[in-house]
Design a protein around this ligand. Sequence first.
Ligand code: TPP
Ligand code: MG
Length: 258
Amino acid sequence: MNENYLMEKAKVIRRTCLQSMTKAHSSHIGCVFSMVDIVTYLFYEKMDHKIDKFILSKGHAVAGLYTVLHDRGIINDEEYASYHSNDSHFIAHPNHVVNGVEVSTGSLGHGLAIASGLAWANSMDKKPGIIYCLLGDGECQEGSIWEALIFIARNLFKNLIIIIDANNYQGFSDTCDSLFSHKKLFQMLKGTALDVREINGHNFKEIQAALSEDLIAPRVLLAHTIKGKGVSYMENKFEWHYKTPDPNQLNQALDELK
Ligand SMILES: Cc1ncc(C[n+]2csc(CCOP(=O)(O)OP(=O)(O)O)c2C)c(N)n1
Ligand SMILES: [Mg+2]
């Protein structure tokens, strides 16, 4: 792993995505910034794009996924520039007609059930490849996540990795205050037969270590992250779930992300 390369790449993804989202006046920049390092590691270091699949269950952060797909040449300049504009397929949640987007998501709680179905089908067909599913921590309050987890724990697929972007915020509040703490979430997950680990979701060495061992059971990474990571005035400020920067804020953010 070339850590400097990944750190630079993550900055480019944050800067480009911020510019695209500001131009489009769209929301969810803080939600993108908490997951950028994880997604950068997956797309530029880890995934074998011929056989592995990535499902963004926290679909409201799709601008980050589009930015990576554009940077990798999977979607073109014109398509990327149409993000969030009238008549574009590049809407504010993942749309399966877009190249590189496996399934449409955005209604929270659905991605994991789809990921577990794909993992099940691939294991029955003896197809290679890992299914990666990225969830929000607030999203883990959806009952359908736990239904999927029961199914996953019953079948113990060896081709499924679940990553929880544990940024401690959801739309309007602190996730840990609203239902359960990350400690409690970790204990609940540990109570299953899954291989559950905690990492710092901004540390490439920790991300690499947690993803490098072969799977003996489905793996769950509770990845501690910072909502708005990389921009001082956004970090841990839940309003950046929704807000778009004004021109001064944009310049400051771009400076900080150099
Ligand atoms: C079923 C459903 N309910 C509500 C929403 C509206 N919504 C979008 S993002 C969000 C908060 C998600 O928080 P979290 O899962 O922690 O994601 P984060 O942005 O912090 O990564 C909510 C409630 C939704 N998309 N789907
Ligand atoms: Mg969250």
